[in-house]
Design a protein around this ligand. Sequence first.
Ligand code: FES
Length: 106
Amino acid sequence: MAIKKISTKGAKSLIVDLTSTNDRVAIYLDEKSVKALNDKCTHRGGPLHLCYRDSNNIRRCPWHDRPNPSDRYSSEVALIYYPKDETIILVAPNQHDEPWPVKVCI
Ligand code: FES
């Protein structure tokens, strides 16, 4: 199990790479809620945080343009969000390797 404290100062989203399980989690923050979604498309693992909307306002995966990739909550991490401290505590039960790289997207 790995536990990591992450500062979220100014961030609306974070991308977390889980190296030992080859998973990626997108964490979305706002003042009232936080959610951790699996960031890999079910087709071939495209980065769902980079989805775009086409001219018909349909959400599409950036790798192969498949429509409407579904949001799935991550089963790889649990998290606790402290909005006043702008901090997240991430817990990854299946994470064993260090380092645990975290990419922050604002
Ligand atoms: S990886 Fe998403 S459509 Fe292929």
